[in-house]
Design a binder for this molecule. Structure first.
Ligand code: NAD
Length: 476
């Protein structure tokens, strides 16, 4: 078995395994991943629970050393890890290397945070009494991650978890075991005590509920689809478990008449189609005012059709394959639905390449209205639609008319509209003259409405989720 689970410091096999298939070339099987069962998950939870008290008592220096070492190794190996990522997930090689580097930077950031953990000391309203507000680790945290950022998302959950003194059980997505395994392998040589980080690969529908139900697991951090997230929230609510959910998006990008056309086309091309549109922050609804609409659509369609789609590892390829056959079918069916509902589709057809893989052309759907399914439901592929609006006021109202609220963008040269949009877009992240996707690693990430639930991930705000606050009173 090529990728074993890590339970209490030991690499363990399972009787069952899952093949790791390259979506650019399905004859290329990268390896076979362990498929853990309930008993193995329980052992991992117990190991994490046993390790929790001593790791909670570790010094900031110990935590810094581990996080810094892991970050240094990931950055030194970013080309190799990026290649692995592109081979198993289908991002282009520069995108894969960029994501690997980001994982390294996240560990470096939290290494610094380990040294900067502070509390508050206040005078009591009663004379002579001191009040301290400090943060404590939670204990064992269950981390459930999706396939689309196979190294960055595990990194942005594991790094803060251990930075703030917790232990973890990681359950990564079945489609991308290689990156999760490589990351945990680096962590296993970083000086962390046994059991602080555990990896259990296997079926989400089997392992997920068990992880959530365990009374030893104190919190769940989940990134994935809306239906899975809602089920997790309900289960965590029933047992009063702390939970953080990052889910889908239907992110609007407003393009106003006064936008710089090149800036707008660049931002939309990147936001909608890079990483094969498989980003929760992808710009999938392009809300365009009528004065620029036709020029914008013509320019974007031209740039889109010139994108080179192909094997993720091939030099010069700008868009890799879809992650698997199921996702490809879903994307193609949404293209059909958009056409049946009256949209005008350019691109969006299945493509064949030298190697057998899950290739499709990026799709632009014009003449759509915001109530069409293509504008209400997340596709999670390289499919963007254009909604024509009269003016800024209608654009803002259409942008906000969605159950999601992850990222929202505007392309404009008007300071007044940019400023108003920043204040009134109903989203956790707002971008002006930038793609809705592509964010920094040192500031909070997350959304509002149906996109996210619980406190934010990343940056200093991660402490809100990974710690609990204690208020102590002392009469000296
Ligand atoms: P998914 O919900 O199918 O799976 C996510 C994880 O949940 C996987 O590890 C899976 O094994 C596990 N899982 C499956 N069933 C479970 C259950 N019953 N209980 C607990 N865990 C279970 O999502 P996916 O297809 O891997 O990822 C795509 C989705 O992720 C998209 O909707 C995308 O928008 C979202 N996403 C969101 C963000 C964000 O930060 N908002 C980032 C990346 C991806």
């Amino acid at each position: 078995m090529d990728y074993k689970n890590l339970v209490g410091g030991s690499w363990v096999e399972t009787s069952d395994s899952t093949p790791n298939v390259n979506p650019s070339d399905i004859s290329d099987v990268l390896g076979h991943a362990a498929r853990g069962d309930a008993a193995q998950l329980d052992q991992a939870i117990e190991a994490a629970d046993r390790a929790a008290p001593s790791w909670a008592a570790s010094t900031p220096q110990q935590r810094f050393d581990v996080l810094d070492l892991v970050g240094t190794e990931i950055l030194a190996r970013k080309e190799e890890l990026g290649r692995l990522l592109s081979r198993e997930e289908g991002k282009t090689l520069p995108e894969g290397i960029g994501e690997a580097a980001r994982a390294g930077q996240i560990f470096k950031f939290f290494a610094g945070e380990a040294l900067r953990q502070a509390g508050d000391r206040l005078a009591s309203v009663r004379p002579g009494i001191e009040v301290d507000v400090t943060r404590s680790p939670l204990g064992v945290i269950g981390l459930i991650t999706p396939w689309n950022f196979p190294i960055a998302i595990p990194a942005w959950k594991i790094a803060p978890a251990i930075c703030y003194g917790n232990t973890v059980v990681l359950k990564p997505a079945e489609l991308v075991p290689g990156c999760a395994h490589a990351l945990v392998e680096i962590l296993s040589r970083s000086g962390l005590p046994e059991g602080v980080v555990n990896l259990v690969m296997g079926r989400g529908s089997q392992l997920g509920p068990r992880l959530i139900e365990s009374s030893k697991v104190k919190a769940i951090s989940f990134t994935g689809s809306v239906p899975t997230g809602r089920g997790i929230a309900a289960a965590c609510g029933a047992s009063l478990k702390k939970v953080q959910l990052e889910m889908g998006g239907k992110n609007p990008m407003v393009v106003l008449d006064d936008a710089d056309l090149d800036v707008a086309v660049d931002a939309c091309l990147n936001g909608a189609f890079f990483s094969t549109g498989q980003r929760c922050t992808a710009s999938s609804r392009l809300v365009v005012t009528e004065g620029i609409h036709d020029r914008f659509v013509a320019a974007l369609a031209e740039r889109m059709s010139a994108l080179k789609v192909g094997n993720a590892l091939e030099a010069g390829v700008q868009m890799g394959p879809v992650v698997d056959g199921r996702q490809l079918e879903q994307n193609l069916s949404y293209v059909d639905i958009a056409a049946e509902d009256g949209g005008k589709v350019q691109g969006g057809e299945r493509l064949n390449r030298e190697t057998e893989g899950f290739y499709m052309a990026p799709a632009l759907v014009t003449e759509t209205s915001n109530d069409m399914r293509i504008n209400r439901e997340e596709v999670f592929g390289p499919v963007a639609s254009v909604i024509r609006v009269k003016d800024y006021d209608e654009a803002l109202s259409v942008a906000n008319d969605t159950e999601f609220g992850l990222s929202s963008g505007i392309c404009t040269t008007s300071l007044k509209h940019a400023s108003h949009f920043k204040a009134n877009a109903q989203a956790g992240m707002v971008m002006v003259n930038l793609p809705t996707a592509g964010v920094d690693y040192h500031v909070p990430f997350g959304g509002t409405k149906g996109s996210s639930f619980g406190s934010r991930e990343q940056g200093r705000y991660a402490a809100e989720f990974y710690t609990s606050v204690k208020t102590s009173y002392l009469l000296p």
